[in-house]
Design a protein around this ligand. Structure first.
Ligand code: PMP
Length: 445
């Protein structure tokens, strides 16, 4: 093979070269097929090679691909903002377009701080987040992220933002059990606000279901209601990071709608353009926009490609496609079916500790011993074996060995059929059987 100058995630690893994709399948240059069981990085949510989206790309490129947002607005960007204001709950009416999830959460952080500044309050500059969490790789987003592995090299450059425990019932940080725990993980937020002083805190950020750092951790009932009340009581904005969970991934447009809680700001990415182009957004409520509109009237952020017509047209076509095929409901149904099949499969393997999730965002956490829940580092080998058997799954860990679990995410495109779910589970089982055979009796013990 010719020498490669591409910097890959692991430089000496060998990656297959992709040729093309169709529906939930990807094909490499050697004609091997893979079920895209993770939608890439939980992104390709309507599957590959959808003609409607390709047409939208061509149509827009034929008109104009790029204009700069301080010189022109465009019909696709205006229509997309309007569509999102209709599709998202409550007064989440305003869209600021960016190009990645990290930019969306970092913009959310800046807008939250600005919201207080516009009212003459300049001390509210900190964002409380959770350990475990992932909000992005840029320094602001990483400062809010509870992900040891991704932070450790850059700690001197990161803001010292406070964090609270995640609602991780499978490994309760307080060693308690729901509901007798009285949702201590939620009330810890109020204690932290009091300890830091509410005059220093701008917002609390959370992924409604923890994805890349936790493996689809779903909080217990009542958690978000209590979080919202604490935020309101203490004058703290609530930012929902829906970069992974948004646009139907969990069976609702936004995952936070499972709990009927209204965020002040929402970050979207990934599924917004389903991978057909880089596109993300920070969605802002009327409440937060009001003092900005009355005050400085500018958001001091933005990127060259923000609100470019090409990406906006793609995202609009993706949202139309989701609506036309009722993919949120379909994904929800397939998610229930897949969750059930995976929970059954878990009984066959001693190293599957937990299967959880909502819609088509499902996590499988690995353990050395089901009863003692001792974590075992197995995600990498499972991913490798699954790939050999023609299935893509996604790693999920907060990178702190021995404390949090090691998990994979299974998150196929929302268009997946029942037969394709069956084939996905068959391929996963083949991989797991090989993983089991390779386990040494003392692994992880
Ligand atoms: N927030 C969440 C919840 C995410 O899952 C991710 C990506 N995994 C990000 C933010 C960052 O998005 P991006 O990689 O597009 O910058």
């Amino acid at each position: 093979m010719e020498r490669s100058y591409l910097i890959k995630p692991i430089l000496d690893a060998v990656y297959p070269t992709i040729d093309y994709g169709k529906g939930v399948y990807l094909y490499d240059k050697n004609q091997k097929d893979y079920i895209d069981g993770s939608s890439g990085a939980v992104t390709a949510s309507i599957g590959h090679g959808v003609p409607e989206i390709i047409k939208a790309i061509n149509d827009q490129a034929n008109k104009v691909s790029f204009v700069y947002r301080s010189q022109f607005t465009s019909e696709p960007a205006e229509r997309l903002a309007k569509k999102l204001s209709e599709l998202t709950p409550g007064d989440l009416h305003w869209s600021f377009f960016v190009n990645s999830g990290s930019e969306a959460t970092e913009t959310a952080m800046k807008i939250a701080i600005q919201y207080w500044q516009e009212q003459g309050i300049f001390t509210k500059n900190k964002i409380i987040s959770r350990f475990i969490s992932y909000h992005g790789i840029t320094l602001g987003a990483l400062s809010m992220s509870g992900h040891v592995g991704r932070r450790e090299r850059f700690i001197p450059l990161l803001e010292e933002f406070p964090s609270v425990s995640a609602p991780y019932c499978y490994r309760c940080p307080f060693k308690l059990t729901y509901p007798s725990c009285d949702l201590l993980c939620a009330s810890e937020l109020e204690k932290t606000i009091q300890r830091m002083g509410k005059q220093t805190i701008a917002a609390f950020i959370a992924e409604p279901i923890i994805g890349a750092a936790g493996g689809a951790i779903v909080p217990p009932e009542g958690y978000y209601q209590e979080i919202k009340e604490i935020c309101e009581r203490n004058d703290i904005l609530f930012i929902a990071d829906e970069v992974m969970t948004g646009i139907g991934r969990t069976g609702k447009m936004l995952a936070i709608e499972h709990w009927n809680v209204q965020p002040d700001i929402v970050a979207l990415g990934k599924g917004m353009s389903a991978g057909y182009t880089p596109m993300a957004a920070t969605i802002v409520s009327d409440r937060v926009m009001e003092p900005i509109l009355q005050g400085s009237k500018v958001i001091m952020s933005g990127h060259t490609y923000s609100a470019n017509p090409q990406s906006a047209a793609v995202s609009l076509a993706v949202l139309d496609y989701i609506e036309k095929l009722q993919l949120i409901d379909r994904g929800h149904m397939m998610g229930n079916y897949l969750l059930h099949k995976l929970a059954t499969l878990a009984n066959e393997f001693s190293f599957i500790g937990d299967v959880r999730g909502k819609g088509l965002l499902i996590g499988i956490e690995f353990v050395y011993d089901k009863e003692k829940k001792i974590p075992i580092k197995l995600a990498t080998v499972v991913i490798q074996k699954a790939m050999e058997h023609g299935l893509l799954v996604y790693p999920s860990s907060a990178g702190e060995e021995g404390i949090t679990g090691d998990a994979i995410l299974i998150s196929p495109p929302l268009v997946i059929t029942k037969e394709e779910v069956d084939e996905l589970v068959t391929r996963l089982k083949r991989a797991l059987v090989e993983v089991e055979a390779s386990l040494h009796p003392t692994d992880g013990g």
